[in-house]
Each structure stands twice: as C-alpha cells, then as structure tokens.
Ligand binder design. Structure first.
Ligand SMILES: [Zn+2]
Length: 181
C-alpha cells in the first residue's frame, strides 16, 4: 500500500481530521512540519549524543503517551495489529518506509528497518553519527507498549552515514539483563 492510499484510509476512518488551523491524528493535535526542521535542529546541536537522546525521549513521550497508548489499548490482544497500525502511521506521516522484524512477546527484542528517512537524506555526508533520533524515540514508545516493559533502542545503521537504509535494534531491559548473566 503506498502512502497516498494510507493517507486516504486514515482520513476516511476519521483518524485524520482537518479543519482550518487544526489537524488531528487519532484526536491529537498535529502539525505539518518540514522535515528540514528536524535536520536543522540536529545540525544546530552538532548531533551531540546527549541532545540526540533528549530528542528521542521527547519523541517517545509525545507518541508513546498519546497515539501509541491509544492504539495499545485497542489492540492489547494482538501485538501484530498494534505494530501494523504504528507502522502505517509512520509511513502515512512521511517518515519513510518502515518495516518491523522479529517482534514477538517471547523474544522481547527485534529490529526495525527504515527506508528513505527524509532526515537522513538531508544530512547525508554532513554528520558522523546516526541522526534519526526522533524515529528512535517513536520506536521506543511503540515497542514499550507492545512488550509492556522498558526497552532500549539503538540506531545501528543510518542512511546519513551511507547505509542503504536505517536499522534500529531494540531489546527489553529484562532480556538485556538475562544476556548479561
Ligand atoms: Zn537513520
């Protein structure tokens, strides 16, 4: 399904509403922002690690405490449906083509692939570390609701550094601790 049909789908279901001066996604006020806004912010902060982590945390809180939580409550019995909705929202909103891999409640870890990140495209060749902090936060917010526990997310590969696509890995805290033993 391409992003245009997803856009139409969300609008038809009333999950995306437009009114002069107001856009609502699942009832939550949203804004259309140029992706270069995020790239400029990252450049301004020289892509420092601590700034990136703060930006990711802001994204996690923003998405995790609103849309993702609402979806989680609707799909608590189907992790796959929940992830499908989350992925479709990201694709619809223009963050690139997202794909979740290896997610299951038992495994408590997984990977997310992102093709065509607009932020990575703008910053390609201008940075020395991964730049998709906002997406990292969105993934964390969604994965924590899916797995019902705290997770760690790392952007392992980023298109801004020449990778074909961005790759994020996540693991639940309990799983990470099991591995250490
Ligand atoms: Zn990236």
């Amino acid at each position: 399904m391409n992003s245009e049909t997803l856009f139409e789908k969300f609008a038809m279901m009333g999950q995306l509403e437009f009114e002069d001066g107001k856009i609502r996604l699942f009832g939550y006020r949203s804004v259309l922002v140029l992706s270069s806004f995020f790239s400029e912010m990252i450049l301004l902060m020289k892509n420092s690690r601590s700034f990136g982590d703060k930006l990711a945390e802001a994204a996690r809180k923003s998405f995790g405490d609103s849309v993702a939580r609402k979806l989680g409550e609707s799909y608590k019995f189907s992790i796959n449906d929940f992830v499908k909705w989350d992925t479709d929202i990201g694709i619809m909103a223009g963050w690139g083509i997202l794909r979740w891999e290896y997610l299951s409640k038992d495994k408590r870890f997984g990977e997310v692939f992102l093709e065509g990140s607009p932020i990575a495209a703008t910053l390609k060749g201008k940075v020395k570390s991964p730049v998709d902090h906002v997406m990292r936060g969105f993934i964390k917010g969604a994965a924590q609701i899916a797995l019902k526990e705290e997770v760690e997310v790392v952007e392992e590969e980023c298109a801004a550094l020449g990778a074909e696509r961005c790759r994020f890995s996540f693991v639940s805290k309990s799983k990470a601790e099991e591995k250490k033993k």
